[in-house]
Design a protein around this ligand. Structure first.
Ligand code: PMV
Length: 310
């Protein structure tokens, strides 16, 4: 049996604006998808979702995982004699890169089952093919973060690793609104607004680009108070794109009022998760406020390793 874990991700700054060529910053977090591969008959199943792929009967409930199998079959000669069980802590369709982490952990575990010490480049390439099945034109940020871990600055298809000394007393808080949404649909709506108010929007997009550059400097310097304020500004810009909702805003205001350094939507918006950065001294109050709203927050840290055996 070979088991591998792959991290989910958050977008710290710049989602949506990145679609029009502005930079963004994402981080892998210690919330994982785990895949365990053993001998079997070409089956992939999920503890949360049941059967996803059964090559024997030809049942394909997840075309991305079929692509993982096909890619590994042609690249390393994987045959149909495996049984994979996936167990994921990452909420689905919530902006945390769940599909990428599932593809990355599955590819890694299957390659390990074949007796390989899987090379990250192989895992990245295979998972990117799976991402193309899920999202017509993926930026690649999700499977890159899940494969390599860490914090990445991303622009126009190029990724640069950001060296961040994240202090032990600063927490990354993630709260799931529980509302599922389609990234593609939200992106389409945002692009429609961009075209309709082009003169107004181009100023907002330029501001978002400048904001990400400021955030990069603050991250490299370890200035988390500034980073929090920049998160708040980033959220304001996302509101102007029309991707917030009363529920997301109420979660964001709840954590801010309880003392978070900053908070914003994470990912496409209209649902999914919000993120906040919180100082240790304020953490109990923030957690208390969120649980009063009936939510179970995730207190996360950066995962700097990416996919690995577990
Ligand atoms: O799928 P999500 O929620 O992580 O959002 C993706 C980020 C967007 O910028 C909205 C879209 C994209 O392809 O970059």
């Amino acid at each position: 049996m070979a088991c591998s874990i792959a991290p989910g991700k958050v977008i710290l700054f710049g989602e949506h604006f990145v679609v029009k060529g502005k930079p963004a910053i994402g981080a892998a977090v210690n919330v994982y998808a785990k895949a365990c591969a053993g001998p079997g008959r070409g089956v992939v199943e999920s503890r949360q979702l049941g059967l996803l792929l059964d090559l024997d009967s030809g049942r394909v409930l997840d075309k991305g995982l079929l692509r993982v199998y096909q890619e590994l079959s042609s690249r390393i000669g994987l045959t149909k004699d495996f049984h994979v069980i996936i167990d994921s802590e990452i909420p689905m369709a919530a902006g945390m890169g769940s599909s990428a982490a599932v593809a990355v952990s599955t590819a890694h575990a299957l390659a390990a089952l074949k007796g390989l010490d899987p090379d990250k480049k192989l895992i990245w390439e295979v998972s990117f093919e799976a991402e193309k099945v899920y999202h017509v034109k993926p930026s690649g940020i999700d499977n890159t973060l899940s494969t390599y871990g860490g914090v990445l600055y991303y622009q126009g298809g190029e990724f640069k690793r950001v060296e961040v000394k994240w202090p032990d007393d600063i927490y990354l808080l993630i709260v799931d609104s529980g509302v599922k949404r389609s990234t593609g649909q939200v992106v389409e709506d945002v692009l429609r607004r961009y075209e309709k108010y082009h003169r107004v929007m181009s100023g907002i997009y330029d501001a978002a680009g400048a904001l990400v550059e400021e955030a990069l400097k603050a991250l490299e310097r370890g200035d988390f108070a500034r980073l929090g304020e920049l998160m708040d500004i980033n959220h304001g810009l996302l509101v102007s794109l029309g991707v917030s909702t009363p529920l997301l805003d109420s979660l964001i205001w709840a954590v801010r009022e309880a003392g978070a350094l900053g908070a914003k939507i994470c990912g496409a918006g209209r649902g999914g998760v919000i993120i906040a950065i919180v100082d240790e001294a304020k953490l109990p109050k923030v957690l208390d406020k969120i649980s009063q709203q009936g939510r179970k927050p995730m207190v996360a840290r950066i995962d700097s390793e990416g996919v690995r055996r577990s």
